[in-house]
Design a binder for this molecule. Structure first.
Ligand code: SF4
Length: 310
């Protein structure tokens, strides 16, 4: 994708946009939840995982998915199965509406009969399969064929809204999501941005504990306003003053004393001495802690040092 004009007001431009992309992919590749369907690029098991996870929590899907593939390891095996067996497997694993099982069986038959046993590779063609809607088609195209569009689900909207101040508007979300996705990398990108929304930028965000790779660009992290389209009121704690006070105490507990500029980056990754969250902001926080008798501030000639009150 090129850096489209539509996103220019939200996303960093040029090389900085590339840095934003790389940061997320690196974060995802360094550590992510290990679902077994993420280890394959075979469309059949990926489709099974997507259909199952439409109604069931991912952690519960893992066992059902493994059992399903033990029983019907290939799309040919599934097409040859009796529909009744597939439906009863579905019920016995509490996978929700049995129609999904019927559709999955029907889709397997279609792959054999209409596509010679080879899954189609584009989102548009995948949508021709029974029970496969736009979201699932795009997920399979991305994860199996690295050939999808940018996913825009509730998690992704929350991330884009918070990080880049994208308005709550579907076409704005779609434009930005699409311009942000590096071209030809839908497999890793869609996994990574969904992981970010699931692990770091949930309704109650865990920016620091999850090591969010976008903190330095994130509008919500900068302003402390973590509301989002699906989070109408400010979630508690993360970004709040109470949290930063806790971090100051924790950091000072590890040192005899620190200067403002030594302490600042230990409190916020986006600390910049003259920035919004710089010395003036830190002094305000420290003044409160000093009033509460928790820290001592020593203003010397050319610098200020801080220590825990003894
Ligand atoms: S810094 Fe926090 S709010 Fe911003 S994108 Fe990361 S997890 Fe979400």
């Amino acid at each position: 994708m090129t850096d489209g004009d539509a996103s220019a007001e939200f996303l960093p431009a040029g090389e900085a946009r590339e840095t934003v992309r790389t940061a997320l992919i690196k974060w995802y590749e360094a550590d992510h939840r290990a679902y077994p369907w993420r280890e394959t690029d075979d469309a059949y098991p990926i489709l099974v995982s997507e259909i199952m996870s439409q109604q069931t929590q991912l952690d519960r899907v893992v066992d059902a998915w493994g059992d399903f593939l033990d029983r019907w390891p290939t799309v040919e095996d599934l097409a040859a199965a009796s529909r009744g067996d597939v439906v009863s497997f579905w019920s016995s694993h509490s996978l929700g509406y049995n129609n999904r099982a019927k559709y999955l069986h029907e889709a397997a038959t279609q792959v054999l009969e209409e596509y010679d046993g080879e899954f189609p590779e584009t989102p548009a063609e995948l949508q021709e399969l029974m029970g496969v809607g736009p979201y699932t088609a795009n997920a399979v195209a991305s994860f199996a064929f690295n050939n999808g569009d940018a996913v825009v689900d509730t998690n992704v909207k929350r991330v884009l809204y918070r990080a880049f101040d994208v308005p709550d508007d579907d076409s704005a979300f779609e434009g930005v999501a699409s311009d942000l996705m590096p071209s030809d990398r839908s497999r890793v990108w869609n996994n990574a941005i969904m992981e970010l929304g699931g692990v770091a930028c949930g309704k109650t965000p865990n920016c620091d504990t999850a090591g969010c790779p976008w903190r330095q660009w994130c509008h919500a992290y900068e302003t402390g306003d973590f509301t989002a389209p699906d989070v109408p009121t400010q979630p508690s704690f993360e970004g709040s003053r109470r949290q930063f006070r806790g971090r100051v105490i924790e950091a000072l507990g590890e040192y005899d004393e620190l200067t403002l500029d030594e302490l600042g980056p230990r409190i916020r990754v986006d600390y910049a001495p003259e920035g919004t969250h710089g010395r003036a902001w830190l002094r305000g926080l420290l003044a409160d802690l000093s009033d509460d008798g928790l820290v001592e501030i020593a203003d010397q000639e050319d610098e200020t040092t801080v220590r825990l009150q003894t």
